[in-house]
Design a protein around this ligand. Sequence first.
Ligand code: ADP
Ligand code: MG
Length: 699
Amino acid sequence: MSDLLNTPIEYLKGVGPKRGSVLRSELSIFTFGDLLYYFPFRYIDRSEFQLISQIPSYEGAVQLKGQITSLREVGNGRGKRLEASFRDESGSINLVWFKGIKWIKSKLAPGTNLIVWGKAKLYGATQTISHPELEFISPDKPLEQGLQPVYHSSEKLQSAGFNTRGIERIVKELLPAIKNQVTEDLPPWILGDLALMDKEKALINIHKPPTLNAAKKAQFRLKFQELFYLQLELLIRKQITQRKIKGFQFTQVGAPFTEFYENYIPFELTNAQKRVIKEIRKDLSSGIHMNRLLQGDVGSGKTLVALVVMLIAIGNGYQTCIMAPTAILATQHFISMQEMLAQMDISVELLIGATKKAARKKIHDRLEQGEIDILVGTHALLEDVVVYKNLGLAIIDEQHRFGVAQRSKLWKKNLLPPHQLVMTATPIPRTLALTFYGDLDVSVIDELPPGRKEIQTSHRYESARLKIFQFIEDEIAKGRQIYIVYPLIEESETLDYQNLMAGYEAITRRFPLPKFKVSIVHGKMTPEDKDFEMQRFVSGETQIMVATTVIEVGVNVPNASVMIIESAEKFGLSQLHQLRGRVGRGAEQSYCILMSGYKLGENAKKRLETMCETNDGFKISEVDLRLRGPGDIMGTQQSGILNLKIADLGQDGQIVQVSRQKALELLDKDPQFEEKEHHYLAKKLRMLLQSKPNWSRIS
Ligand code: ADP
Ligand code: MG
């Protein structure tokens, strides 16, 4: 960066030491350069005002020009608010503030001319905008033409004179000075391929665009640049780790694989399963340590892939293990693997918390002797006493249930770390996978086994309760089983338990013994009781399972055909999708019924609609990302580390893909950054790589 851009912010005309310190503390703007990179988040088009009489009835942002006609404080205590009537030539609207009342009151009076911007909402008969953005205008001074940038501000900034206009003013001081001070850091071929605006022009245009189109092009250029560097960084980190970590080389597919594939595999693999197995095989034969994420929707057949891959490891003389988050799930894996391998000379064992002491000891011993080929289990696999003769491959099912520390324990179970495959049924949107797991290999099973019937999902209110009870009864008469799931949210735990128990009682009253049997499972039960009740349902002894989300993960009861989710509006999208995935596992038509209260927020409505519209986990994860943002999906800490100034992973999936592709092209063209046009880029990249720890590894 040039000296000019490194100049401390207080030296900019119109800032000074006192206001400079506010910019530092509120916005982390320390230098001219930092200010240049403080971008507006939208633009006001000076030519576009709506008339109050024509504000659409749906919620949407509007920009109005008019005058305050009256001002009043209403209510008291926490309900206190400031209301203003605001009118233009067509009608009037309410403006309301719940916070910062004193400050607003000192600025407004009847007769004040304003431009207001915000979302209008209908309360009773009156349209209301709460906490609008305001701009003061005077009728005898003509409005500025063109686009005006809008910057985020805060109360502290505003009292230092930095509302959006204040920020705009100092940016305008800076812009003329940056001519020839900005170094272009993208090579000409990328600028050309994507028709990108050059950097200096983009930095000027983003603050002061002549047209909306110019603003968009400037945004695109700056977003691309941000994401492109991020992708380059991730790809290079990946190269570095791969160079460092050697792995066991599985040179052959081996006899067990062939024997299984030719004689015992229970179904024809789907094309997606075949493709994924091929990808994994390639990793395993390369001599480099595999660290691969396998994504596949619920029911896509990840377990069979896991088994086939384990057979390859065994065929090369290694032991394998698969770790699942619950005893129920581990036991299911164990039983199904044992069945599939019954005719083969492969030894499979199960190790869970409930494994008796003597049996446990025996497993430990045999494992160390190399007599066990596949060890299936829970966290019990992580204990120090679990020692392998030669662990070559560790598989983790439902990886999101395990912490990083737990996963990394498996790595230490051999001198060279065993290859690792982590499986998840929680689809991560491609954008996020590329960004957060950019240094990890990802395989995707994007196809369900044939013959599955699409689960029918509907959204119902309390008024449909009796009909639903009848529906349950009809399904049970057909021999099916039913899940009824209640939310359990920590803040309202007591209330939620009351709801769960009340629901359970209502169900047992409507479906009484001896004809019907109802199971209940929730988090306050001991693990043994939970398992016992779960088993009763799995074995078909009980027809209805009333539960909290403890049943979310992996449980396979193909005979269950109905999933009823109570207070569905309280669940997140990915959780709803996971729960729904508990049904639709057999050949029968399955149903998911989302029960909700009558009053729903926008977001909740969208979630329930999405569930009714699609069964596709990836589509659902994309909507989830748009609704919640990456912070909530990946954990804010991880998102924070990305430190994106302009790109938004929720909105800019397309640009992520383009930037990934260009980064790959660059590394292909000039892997050592030898060409002159890549020198500056390499220098910047080196700084990035040195300044951040390696955070994105799942291990
Ligand atoms: P998940 O990916 O959710 O772990 P599972 O591995 O439990 O899915 O598989 C779900 C069901 O589909 C199981 O009953 C399994 O036996 C069956 N299955 C797996 N692969 C196939 C296939 N290729 N054809 C038919 N059924 C399959
Ligand atoms: Mg599974």
